[in-house]
Design a protein around this ligand. Structure first.
Ligand code: 13P
Length: 251
């Protein structure tokens, strides 16, 4: 259960999107009608190069970055700070995506520092956690994800200004998904950690998203599971019709 009023459906475009792709954000905004606005919050996280261009056409669709540095500015060639993302129009930023944890060796401590930097810049961090197939087959999924939550969450941030995305690594881009029961079990375990970390009665304000091969065809089943407060969508967020189809599970 959550005390946060609206679920969140966020699209992570990853390293996809050129100027011509701005039309997809325009199409999402056009399809985000009053009924859907009342039921779900929509956010698109395009490459940072498109944020400032997307800002005037995104209308009620929120924008987010996909990563940020843990410092506000400095000699960090190629990096982008949370403040820069906010300046370009973002209100959210994804941190600790498994692709970054794997490719750049991002630790829980670094992810937490990034999430804290995001909070300082006025952004809501979407902190990603998730087990590998090896962890799940070893029966250690809840333990591994619990450790990631403990180490990655910016506990000084207000719980309502934090989003957790549970993304099993083996479900990302594979077409495989956990059963709704497995998703509910993991989200329940994450919720319990949040209650411990933020104090009993406060963990319900943090939205916990499910991510990994969410499509229009499986969205309703996954999003209906207990303690699932929305979705973080990769591939299916690149086309406005599919992204809106997923969000349509809340209609
Ligand atoms: P897919 O929806 O393409 O599986 O990607 C999920 C993801 O990594 C979102 O951050």
């Amino acid at each position: 259960m959550t005390s946060n009023p609206r679920p969140l459906v966020a699209g992570n475009w990853k390293m996809h999107g050129l100027l011509a792709s701005i039309g997809e954000i325009e199409a999402v905004a056009a399809g985000y009608d009053a009924e859907l606005r009342a039921r779900a919050e929509l956010v698109v996280c395009p490459p940072a190069t498109l944020l400032a261009l997307a800002r005037p056409i995104a209308a009620d669709v929120g924008l987010g970055g996909q990563d940020c540095h843990d410092e506000e500015s400095g000699a960090h060639t190629g990096d982008i700070s949370a403040r820069m993302l906010a300046d370009a129009g973002a209100t959210y930023v994804i941190v600790g995506h498994s692709e970054r944890r794997a490719a750049y060796g991002e630790s829980d401590a670094l992810v937490r520092a990034k999430a804290e930097a995001a909070s300082r810049a006025g952004l809501t961090p979407i902190v990603c956690v998730g087990e590998t197939r090896f962890d799940r087959e070893a029966g250690r999924a809840v333990e591994i994800v619990g450790r990631q939550v403990d180490g990655s969450v910016p506990w000084s941030a207000p719980p309502e200004r934090l989003v957790i995305a549970y993304e099993p690594v083996w479900a990302i881009g594979t077409g495989l998904t956990p059963t709704p029961r497995d998703v509910a079990d993991m989200h329940g375990a994450i919720r319990a950690r949040l209650e411990t970390g933020f104090g009993a009665g406060n963990g319900g304000a943090t939205r916990i998203l499910y991510g990994g091969s969410v499509k229009p065809a499986n969205a309703a089943e996954l999003l209906r599971a207990p303690d699932v407060d929305g979705a973080l969508v990769g591939g299916a967020s690149l086309k406005a019709a599919d992204f809106l189809g997923i969000a349509g599970a809340y209609r």
